[in-house]
Design a binder for this molecule. Structure first.
Ligand SMILES: [Zn+2]
Length: 64
């Protein structure tokens, strides 16, 4: 006797679900924008106590 195997459509659909885990977009740094003028011309500079600060070369605004 051959078993009936004509009801496996659900299994095929479950295998075709798109995967949400894409490891190729996790380590990209966010683009810097000046919080004052919104320009992307931002320079990264070292602060006084070893920290990192940012200076907008368009308007001169600095932040950290
Ligand atoms: Zn700016």
């Amino acid at each position: 006797m051959a078993a009936s195997s004509s009801e496996q459509t659900d299994d095929l659909l479950a295998a075709a679900e798109p995967r949400a885990d894409r490891p190729d977009s996790t380590d990209r740094p966010a683009p810097l924008h000046c919080p004052s003028c919104g320009s992307s011309h931002v320079a990264q500079v070292l602060g006084d106590n070893g920290g990192v600060s940012y200076v907008c070369t368009a308007c001169g605004h600095s932040w950290s």
